[in-house]
Design a protein around this ligand. Structure first.
Ligand SMILES: [Zn+2]
Length: 884
C-alpha cells in the first residue's frame, strides 16, 4: 500500500498529505503475543450477488487443523459490523455458533471441514472506505489491513494464506466490468439482464490482498512479455472520460515490470495485470494480487492537468504497487508488526526505480527532504515508534513515515554496507527461502546475513530502537594529521529511555582546500558510542564532507565554519552533500537568528554569505536546472523547528520569510534573468524542460518576497501563457500568496477552466489552504462551505485540511484558531472516516516541542477531542498517545 504522497505545492517543500464506536479503552495488541492460528484455510470460494444498496456474500472456507499450532475445538472468524444470515458446517445448517463481540466463534472437531457463511453488506453506507464500498456508482474493495472482515467472517490475519475462487454476479447495465484477483476463468449471461464472471487466483494469499471491482469502466490495454516469455495482458481501468489520461500510467507499469526483472530478477506470475483508478480512496494505492486499486491521483495525467511532480509520483506509486507482487505478495508478512518488511523494502525498491528513471541525485534529495519533513518530527514526538513496532491498538495508525520511509533507509544502509551486488544476493536468497510464506523482519535480516555476508547482530537495533540518532562530529588538525571524532546518541522516546549505540554507516571525503578535490570517498561505520579516526597527509586542515548521499538516517551535529559550508556548496562532487551544505548554511543562520544569538552585523554577514552561495547556484553553468532547483530550496519549516528543543513556529516562519525577502532583493536581477532564460525552453516532458519549470517556480518564490509587484506581473504572465500544469500551478502558487486583483482573477480563471476535474480542483483547494496570504484562515473557512467541498472524499479533505495543517503561519496562528479548525475537522470526520480523521492528529500532537502559549492551545484541543464520546479506535489511540 502507498500512503498518499503530496509533493509540495507551497514553496517547494514537501508535505505528506492520507467500525462502530469503540469502548473507552480499545485493547493493546503486542508483537510478543503472536501465536500461529489453530486452523489453516487453504481454499476459499466467494460468491457475490452485487448491489450498491445490498450485496450478498456467500463464503465457503476449506479449513484444516494447523500442524504448527496448538489444537483448538473452536474457530474464531473475525468480523466487523457484519450480520450473519446463515452458517453451514460440512453442508448442513448449524446453530451452535455464537458472536463474541464482532467475531463469530464456531465449535469445530479435529479434521478437515467446510464452513459456509452468508452475510449481507451495504456498500453505499460504507463511508469508512474499508471493505466493500461504492464510489461513483461502481463497487470496489480495500482490505489492507483489516477490511476483509467487513465483507465476510474470516481469520483476517496475514499469516492465513488461501487460494481464492471468486464469482461475481450483477446487472450488466450497472456493472458491465467484473474484476477480481488472478485470472478470469469463466463468464456468462444470466436471466433478467444479469451476468457473471469467475476469477481464480492460483497463488495463496492473505485476505488483505483480496480485491473486487464492478462498474462501468473502460480500459487502456497493452501487453508485456516477461523474461521467460510469458505474455501478460495489461489494462488500466478508468471512467470513459478519463481514458486519454492513462498513457503515462501504462508506460510506468511496463517500465516497472522490466526494471524489476533487471534490478531484482523478479518476474510477473499471472496472465493478466489490472489497475483500476478510484476517486474515493483512503490511501495512495493498493497492491491486491493482479488487481491493483489506485487513487485516481496516481493514475491520471496529461500535461494540461498534471504537474511534473504528479508524473513522477504516478511512476513511483505504480512501481511501488507492482514491486509488491514479490515484496509483499509472494512473500508476505507474518503479522502486522512486520509491516516494514514489505513496506520499507518496497519503498526502497520504488526509490531505486525512480532514481534509475529520473536521475539519482535529485531523487535522493527529494526522498531525504520527505524523510526530514515527516519522519524526523514523528521520531522526536509522542507518536515515535521503531520501524517494527511492539504494540498497537489500531494498525491503520502504523502506516507511517517511520515504517515506510525510515524502514527504507534501514535497508538502504544494509545496501551501502554490503554494496549493490552482495545486497542483491541477499534479496535473492530472501525470495528463494520465503516464497509462498508469511515472513518476519528477522527472516529478512537473516537472509541478508547469509546472502550478502554481513554481520548484522548489532544492526538489528535499528528495528527495535525509535528516535533519530544524533552524531556529533568534530575535525581537528595538527602537523599533517586530521583527526575525526565521532560520538553518537540515540535520544529517548516514549517507549524507551535508555538506548544502545547502533552501527551507523557514514560515507565521507576530505577535501583539499586549494585544489577543491579529494583522494576518494571512504565508508566509516560508527558502531561504538564514540570513535576517533586519524587521517594522515594533510599539510593544511581539510574540509570534511560527511554523511554523503545521506548514507545514514541521522542528524549530524558539528561546528562548521560558514567558509567551509560555502566551499562545499560550490565544490562538493556528491550532489546530496552539495545540497546539504546549502541547507546547513541556511539552517545554522536561521537557528542563530531565532535564538537571538547574532548581532546585527553578524546577521548581515550571514545573509551576505547565503546570498553569495545562492548567486553561485543561480549562475553556475555546469549545473542542470533540475539540480539547481533543489539547491535553491530553503529548508522547510518543520525541519527548522526540529532544530529546537522547543520551537516558536511564529518566529521561525517570520525569520525564514525575512531571509527570503533579503535574498529576493539581493539577487533580483539574477532571478529575473534565470526566469527569462528558463522560459525559453519548450513545454515538453524532457529533463531539461522539466528542470527549467522547476527553477522558474523557485525564482518566483524569491521574487515574490523581494519585489511583490514585479513577481505578481511575472507570475500573471506565466499563468496566462502556461502550456503545462506545472507552469500554471507554479504561477498561481505565488499569486495566491499576494493580495491583489491578479490573485482573484487567476483563481477564478483556474476554477472555471478545470471545473469538474476533481484532481485539479483539489489543487485549487490546496493552493489556497497552503498560501502565504495573511487571510489564509478565512479562505479555508470559506472553502469548507464551497459546494465542491465534501467530507466523504479523502482527496478533497486532504487537499483543504492537510495543506492547511502544513501551512505554518495559518495553522500556528497565535490565536489558536488553526488548531481549533483541525480539531473540529477531526471530530466531524471521525464518525464518517476514522482512518482519515486520525491522520490529522499528529500536527496537533507536536505540542510538547512548541512554545508554551501555543502548546497550551494545542493541548486543549487534544483534550477536547479526547473528552468526546464514541471516538473511533483510530482517533482514540492517536489522541491519547499524543496527550500521554
Ligand atoms: Zn506499499
Amino acid at each position: 500500500m502507498d500512503i498518499a504522497r503530496t509533493p509540495s505545492i507551497a514553496d517547494g517543500n514537501p508535505q505528506m498529505a492520507d467500525a462502530p464506536p469503540v469502548p473507552a479503552q480499545p485493547p493493546l495488541i503486542r508483537r510478543a503475543d503472536y501465536k500461529p492460528f489453530p486452523w489453516l484455510v487453504p481454499e476459499i470460494r466467494l460468491h457475490f450477488d452485487l448491489g450498491i444498496e445490498t450485496t450478498r456474500v456467500v463464503s465457503t472456507l476449506k479449513v484444516a487443523p494447523n500442524p504448527d499450532a496448538a489444537a483448538d475445538d473452536v474457530i474464531r472468524l473475525n468480523g466487523d459490523g457484519l450480520q450473519v444470515s446463515s452458517v453451514k458446517l460440512d453442508g448442513l445448517p448449524v446453530k451452535n455458533w455464537e458472536m463474541d463481540g464482532p467475531d463469530l466463534v464456531l465449535p469445530l472437531s479435529a479434521g478437515e471441514h467446510e464452513v459456509e457463511i452468508v452475510t449481507e453488506v451495504s456498500p453505499e453506507k460504507n463511508s469508512q472506505l474499508m471493505g466493500l464500498y461504492a464510489s461513483n456508482g461502481m463497487l470496489c474493495t480495500q482490505c489492507e489491513a483489516e477490511g476483509f472482515r467487513r465483507i465476510t467472517f474470516f481469520p483476517d490475519r496475514p499469516d492465513i494464506l488461501s487460494t481464492y475462487l471468486v464469482k461475481m454476479e450483477g446487472p450488466v447495465a450497472q456493472f458491465p466490468v467484473l474484476l477480481s484477483n488472478g485470472n478470469k476463468v469463466s463468464a456468462g449471461e444470466s436471466a433478467g439482464g444479469r451476468h457473471w464472471a469467475e476469477w481464480h487466483d492460483p497463488w495463496p494469499k492473505p485476505s488483505y490482498l483480496f480485491a473486487l471491482v464492478a462498474g462501468d469502466l473502460v480500459a487502456r490495454t497493452d501487453s508485456f512479455t516477461t523474461m521467460s516469455g510469458r505474455e501478460v495482458d495489461l489494462a488500466v481501468w478508468v471512467r470513459a472520460e478519463d481514458l486519454p489520461r492513462t498513457e503515462h500510467a501504462m508506460d510506468s507499469l511496463k517500465k516497472s515490470m522490466k526494471w524489476d526483472e533487471e534490478a531484482f530478477g523478479r518476474e510477473y506470475d499471472l496472465d493478466v495485470f489490472n489497475i483500476v483508478a478510484v476517486s474515493d480512496f483512503n490511501m495512495g494505492a493498493m497492491e491486491n494480487k493482479g488487481l491493483n486499486v489506485f487513487n485516481t491521483k496516481y493514475v491520471l495525467a496529461d500535461p494540461d492537468t498534471a504537474t511534473d511532480g504528479d508524473y513522477d509520483a504516478i511512476e513511483g506509486v505504480i512501481g511501488h504497487e507492482y514491486f509488491h507482487n514479490w515484496s509483499g505478495n509472494r512473500v508476505t508478512c507474518r503479522d502486522w508488526f512486520q509491516l516494514s518488511l514489505k513496506e520499507g523494502f518496497t519503498v526502497l525498491r520504488d526509490q531505486l526505480f525512480s532514481q534509475d528513471m529520473q536521475g539519482e541525485a535529485v531523487k535522493r534529495i527529494e526522498d531525504v527532504r520527505v524523510l526530514r519533513a515527516v519522519q524526523f518530527p514523528e521520531d522526536s514526538g509522542p507518536l515515535a515508534h521503531p520501524i517494527r513496532p511492539d504494540s498497537f491498538r489500531e494498525i491503520s495508525n502504523f502506516y507511517t513515515a517511520t515504517v515506510y520511509n525510515k524502514g527504507a533507509e534501514v535497508l538502504r544502509m544494509m545496501r551501502t554496507m554490503a554494496g549493490p551486488v552482495a545486497f542483491r544476493q541477499g534479496t535473492d536468497l530472501y525470495f528463494e527461502r520465503h516464497d509462498g510464506e508469511a515472513a518476519t523482519c528477522e527472516d529478512f535480516v537473516k537472509a541478508m546475513e547469509d546472502g550478502a555476508g554481513l554481520d548484522l547482530r548489532q544492526f538489528r537495533l535499528w528495528y527495535s530502537q525509535a528516535g533519530t540518532p544524533k552524531v556529533e562530529v568534530s575535525l581537528t588538525h595538527k602537523g599533517d594529521t586530521a583527526t575525526l571524532a565521532l560520538k553518537q546518541t540515540v535520544p529517548p522516546t516514549p517507549d524507551r529511555i535508555a538506548k544502545k549505540p547502533m552501527p551507523i554507516p557514514l560515507r565521507l571525503a576530505l577535501f583539499d582546500r586549494d585544489s577543491g578535490s579529494h583522494d576518494g570517498e571512504q565508508l566509516v561505520i560508527l558502531s561504538e558510542a564514540e570513535k576517533t579516526i586519524a587521517f594522515e597527509g594533510f599539510a593544511r586542515s581539510p574540509v570534511l564532507s560527511i554523511n554523503r548521499g545521506f548514507s545514514a538516517p541521522v542528524s549530524i551535529e558539528r561546528e562548521v565554519s560558514t567558509e567551509d559550508l560555502v566551499f562545499l556548496a560550490a565544490h562538493d562532487d556528491d550532489p546530496f552533500a552539495r545540497y546539504e551544505a546549502m541547507q546547513d548554511l541556511v539552517v545554522a543562520h536561521l537557528v542563530a537568528v531565532c535564538s537571538d544569538s547574532l548581532t546585527g552585523a553578524a546577521q548581515e554577514a550571514g545573509r551576505k554569505a547565503i546570498a553569495g552561495a545562492l548567486r553561485k547556484v543561480l549562475t553556475d553553468d555546469r549545473l542542470d536546472d533540475s539540480m539547481r532547483g533543489e539547491l535553491m530550496m530553503l529548508p522547510g519549516q518543520t525541519y527548522l523547528a526540529e532544530q529546537f528543543l522547543v520551537a516558536d513556529p511564529g518566529r521561525i516562519h517570520a525569520e525564514r520569510e525575512a531571509l527570503k525577502v533579503a535574498l529576493g532583493v539581493a539577487l533580483e536581477s539574477e532571478l529575473i534573468a534565470l526566469h527569462e532564460r528558463a522560459s525559453t525552453l519548450p513545454a515538453t516532458l524532457d529533463h531539461a524542460s522539466r528542470g527549467a519549470r522547476k527553477v522558474k517556480a523557485q525564482a518566483l518564490v524569491y521574487l515574490a518576497a523581494g519585489n511583490p509587484d514585479v513577481a505578481a506581473k511575472m507570475a500573471a504572465a506565466q499563468y496566462d501563457a502556461a502550456q503545462t500544469m506545472t507552469d500554471r500551478q507554479g504561477a498561481l502558487m505565488v499569486l495566491t500568496g499576494l493580495p491583489g486583483v491578479a490573485r482573484t482573477d487567476r483563481l477564478i480563471d483556474f476554477y472555471n477552466r478545470y471545473r469538474g476535474n476533481e484532481l485539479v480542483v483539489d489543487k485549487w483547494f490546496a493552493l489556497q489552504a497552503s498560501s502565504l496570504h495573511p487571510d489564509a484562515i478565512e479562505h479555508v473557512k470559506a472553502l469548507a462551505n464551497h459546494p465542491d467541498f465534501n467530507l466523504r472524499n479523502p482527496n478533497r479533505v486532504r487537499s483543504l485540511y492537510m495543506a492547511f495543517a502544513g501551512n505554518p503561519h495559518a495553522f500556528h496562528a497565535a490565536s489558536g484558531e488553526g488548531y481549533r479548525m483541525i480539531a473540529d475537522l477531526i471530530l466531524a470526520l471521525d464518525p464518517i472516516n476514522p482512518q482519515t480523521a486520525a491522520r490529522f492528529v499528529p500536527p496537533l500532537g507536536r505540542w510538547r516541542r512548541i512554545e508554551p502559549q501555543r502548546a497550551a492551545l494545542m493541548r486543549a484541543e487534544l483534550e477536547r477531542i479526547a473528552a468526546t464520546d464514541g471516538l473511533s479506535r483510530d482517533t482514540y489511540e492517536q489522541v491519547t498517545r499524543s496527550l500521554g
